[in-house]
Design a protein around this ligand. Structure first.
Ligand SMILES: O=C(O)C(=O)[C@H](O)CO
Ligand SMILES: [Mg+2]
Length: 249
């Protein structure tokens, strides 16, 4: 049985943030992720997680306020000090929130120097928090212009170069489809590196159903491959969140 979690940055937006946890639980989710859980009282959020019996699956690094944008700078040459400072700030939140994964965002950069910077920063982060799961995620450059990590071959090279057991691939099927034209084939080539999966329909980034990605087949493939991590709904509901949850069944 797949473990589906709800991305509360995208889902249940009809509700105030702190009410989304209970709504997710009532809708049947056992886990949630929040991309940037930095501007709410951390203990209140922890209480919501505990009260509703939810696993906290993932949060992003860095904090958007500290960087002037959500795209990070782990691959930005010259941004090393800033990366380290912000990673440590994320770890302080993580001590309370206890996410299974922290997604480290690469930032806008290009070229071999950016790749070398990314590898160095990730090595540092993986050693700094050896028991914390960390991920990197290829994101398509149509949605995020100039984003450094925008293909799976680069992600594979970086993961191999860092070679740390607590760093893995975050496979977002929506981005995979936009980057490669075939999310299922991308999974076939790179899924063995993934410890977290996110899903959305293509091309609209609504519910993972009925678009260009055959999700029933994709979920079956994940199961057949023995993927036992979480699968997160990270999409903009076409109508209301609850009305759109048929894809889980
Ligand atoms: O854009 C995505 O798909 C993500 O998962 C990032 O974390 C964006 O913040
Ligand atoms: Mg994603």
């Amino acid at each position: 049985m797949p473990k589906f979690c709800a991305n509360l940055t995208w889902l249940f937006g009809e509700l105030p943030y702190m009410d989304r946890f209970r709504a997710a639980r009532e809708a049947g989710f056992e886990g949630v992720e929040v991309l940037f859980p930095y501007d709410c009282p951390t203990q209140d959020m922890r209480d919501q997680l505990v009260l509703n019996g939810l696993s906290f699956v993932l949060m992003n690094c860095p904090l958007p306020n500290a960087t002037g944008g959500p795209q990070g700078f782990a691959a930005v040459p010259g941004g090393e000090e800033r990366f380290r400072r912000d990673f440590d700030r994320t770890l302080r939140f993580a001590q309370v929130l206890k996410p299974l994964h922290i997604h480290i965002m690469a930032g806008v950069a290009e070229g071999p120097e950016a790749e070398a910077t990314f590898v160095r920063n990730l090595r540092w982060a993986a050693a700094r928090a050896p028991r914390q799961g960390l991920t990197i995620e290829p994101i398509n450059r149509i949605d995020m212009p100039g984003y450094f990590l925008a293909d799976y071959e680069t992600a594979a090279r970086v993961l191999d170069a860092v070679a740390s057991p607590n760093l893995a691939l975050q496979f977002d099927a929506y981005h995979a489809h936009r980057i490669t034209g075939d999310a299922a084939a991308a999974w076939g080539a790179h899924g063995h590196r993934a410890r977290h999966v996110q899903v959305a329909g293509f091309p609209g980034r609504h519910e993972p159903a009925g678009g260009a990605i055959d999700y029933p087949a994709f979920f079956a493939r994940l199961a057949a491959d023995g993927y036992d991590g979480w699968i997160s709904g990270e999409y903009a509901p076409a109508t209301t969140t609850v009305d759109g949850l048929g894809w889980i069944r």
